[in-house]
Structures are given as C-alpha cells and as structure tokens.
Design a protein around this ligand. Sequence first.
Ligand SMILES: N[C@@H](CCC(=O)N[C@@H](CS)C(=O)NCC(=O)O)C(=O)O
Length: 246
Amino acid sequence: MLELYHDWRSFCSIKVRLCLAEKGLDWTSHFVDLMKLEHTRPEYLKLNPNGVVPTLVHDGAPIIESTIINEYLEEVFPAVRLAPDDPRERAAMRFWVKYEDDVLHPAIRPATFSMMMAQELAVLSDSDLDALMAKHPNQQRAKELRAAAREPFNEAAVGDAKRRMELALLRLDGQLAKTEWLAGTTYSLADVAAAPFIDRLEELDFVGLWKTLPNVRRWIVVMKARPAYQDAIPNARQRFAAAKLV
Ligand SMILES: N[C@@H](CCC(=O)N[C@@H](CS)C(=O)NCC(=O)O)C(=O)O
C-alpha cells in the first residue's frame, strides 16, 4: 500500500504525484496543510524529521525527499519506466533532477513564500506563529516563513528570484534545443522533476518568462498533454488553500 503525505499545491508533492500518475499507481492521500504548518506537528515529524512534504509511506515504511521517493518508485515499480536505458541519458537525467533540487526549487522559494504563503500566514497571531516556528526543524526556513508573514513584501528578494528563474529557464531552453526531453530521447524523471517549476511559475503569473524561449514552450505543451500531468497538478478546488481537503 502506498500512502502520500503531501500538500496539493506543494512543488515537491506535485513531483511525486506526477511520478505516481505516470506509473499508474494507486495511492492514499494524507493532506498536510502547509498553510497551517501541519508539517511541523510532532506526529508528522515522526514520519519526516525534516519537517517538509512530501513523505511516501510504502507498506508502513516512510521514505522522504522527493528525488529519493521518485528513485524508489522507479526501482520498486519498474513496469512503466521513467529512466532511460542508455547510461549517458541516465546520467543526464540525474543531472537535471539534481538541477531541480539545487537550482529550480530554491530559485522559486522566495516568490512562493512572499506571494503564496505570506497572506495566509499573516492571519496567525504572534503567539501562534512563534509556537509553530519554534517547532520547525529547519530554523532557516522558519525565519523565512516568519519574515513572509510579518515583514512587508520583499520586492528585492522576489526580483532576485525572478532573475535566477530566467537564467534557469534559459538553461532548460538550451537543453531542449538539442534534445526532445531533458535527458534525451525519452520522457524521464528529469522532466517529472522540472514540471512543478512550470506549474508554480504559472500559478505566480510568471508565464511571460518563457515568451521568447521556443524550446521551453514546445516542451510545456507536450508535457501538459500527458494525462499524468493533469492528474498530478492541483485542480481548481485543491488550489483554493482555505479548503480542507483529504
Ligand atoms: N528536498 C526536499 C524539499 C521539500 C520541501 O521543501 N517541501 C516544501 C514544499 S515543496 C515544504 O514542505 N515547505 C514547508 C517548509 O519548508 O516549511 C524534497 O525534495 O522533498
């Protein structure tokens, strides 16, 4: 049995849901509401001591870190392959998955905190916010979340994030000018890892960033046409953060 602890809108949760959907695997949903900082609750920290989503639980065993979860799914459920056969393409796949972890996700985080989470966290009282932040295992993240909730919109940080996102998209475009998919000839975990970046940019209204990038635009169209993409991204109801979803 596969269970996923996730938030419908979270970048890393989309990445794992996309892998599950591509592989046609059934899973049980446990919604962890990031806006209510449910990921810092003691019962969740027992599953994921890093205090982040997602966590996959397979037959009772928790697996954390979205990249590792997707590799695990690839190993344990190989019927639908998401890793190329060719070792060089597999190396390229690993590079782009790492690029997502090291560059894409960190590039978008300041904009996510300031533009998606700030308003929702701002309604918490000082004492509630303090209590929740004190429990966060990543005190740097807690500091960033607190700043998003209490400080004015950080235009400089979002501007810097936008420049980093532009550079990252340029790099993706350069690769996609040479190959059909990020790792080469086949759709792979590399595309799965990068897909949530596009969804988040759309949600934050940064779609203009790929106006002049024809290869990224082509890739987005084919990626979105995959039925799994539509299964994995949040639907309109799930994007409405105030809704309590299971
Ligand atoms: N490297 C981790 C990152 C997980 C992560 O940062 N998750 C975000 C949502 S995409 C989260 O839980 N953020 C809440 C927080 O940091 O407080 C992974 O890939 O699983």
